[in-house]
Each structure stands twice: as structure tokens, then as C-alpha cells.
Design a protein around this ligand. Structure first.
Ligand SMILES: [Zn+2]
Length: 121
């Protein structure tokens, strides 16, 4: 992969990171347990029984949204780390270059298609 393409992927990943962090800030807040660790916020709708039930339902939703977004954020950060170390675009299992088409579809891809197929078996 040439420098220009790498720069494009880097920009795309940074955009993705901003978007995921934005979504995270709506449902969660940064935890004191470390960098890039988030905790779902408990909503405050009111004190009636209905509102309390809604609060719990919303909180449970937020927990799964938060977990999903946090995983995405981790993948993005891993990819950005790989760019820094000039390892971006290489499969973490066999060290072969990952097809650029695959990276265009999934910029956070960590494995080539062959290794990915083996891993998910
Ligand atoms: Zn591979």
C-alpha cells in the first residue's frame, strides 16, 4: 500500500473514530478505569413507577449499544496503531497484505479473507 492510500485510510478511520465517540457520548460516559473504557449512563426520567421501568429498559438498551460501540472503537484504535507502526494492511495471522478492496469495505479488518475464514470456523 502506498503512502497516499495509507493517508486516506487513516483519515477514514479517524472520521469513524469521531463518529463512534460521538455516539458513545450519548449513551455512556468515560470510565475512570482506563482510557477508552466507557460505562453506560443510567437515565433519569422521573420518579413514577412507569418512568422507573422505562429507565431500566433504556439502561439495558444502552448497555448493549455501549458494548458494541466500545468494541468498534477498540478495532479502530487497533487499526490506527497499526498505521503508526507501518503494519496497516497486513494480516495479523499470516503477514500477507490484505486486499485493498477488503480494507475499503472494512477499514478495521485485521486478517486477510483466508485467515478470517479459518478463525471463524
Ligand atoms: Zn492471513
Amino acid at each position: 500500500m502506498n503512502k497516499k492510500d495509507m493517508e486516506l485510510f487513516k483519515n477514514r478511520l479517524e472520521e469513524m473514530k469521531k463518529s463512534v465517540e460521538g455516539q458513545l457520548s450519548e449513551v455512556a460516559e468515560k470510565s475512570s478505569h482506563g482510557e477508552n473504557v466507557y460505562e453506560a449512563k443510567f437515565p433519569e426520567f422521573g420518579d413514577t413507577e412507569d418512568e422507573n421501568i422505562d429507565e431500566v429498559t433504556t439502561f439495558v438498551d444502552r448497555l448493549s449499544i455501549e458494548e458494541n460501540l466500545e468494541n468498534q472503537l477498540q478495532e479502530i484504535n487497533l487499526a490506527l496503531e497499526k498505521i503508526k507502526k507501518n503494519k496497516y494492511g497486513f494480516c495479523e495471522s499470516c503477514d500477507k497484505e490484505i486486499q485493498e478492496k477488503r480494507l475499503e469495505a472494512i477499514p478495521t479488518a485485521r486478517w486477510c479473507l483466508e485467515c478470517k475464514a479459518k478463525i471463524s470456523k
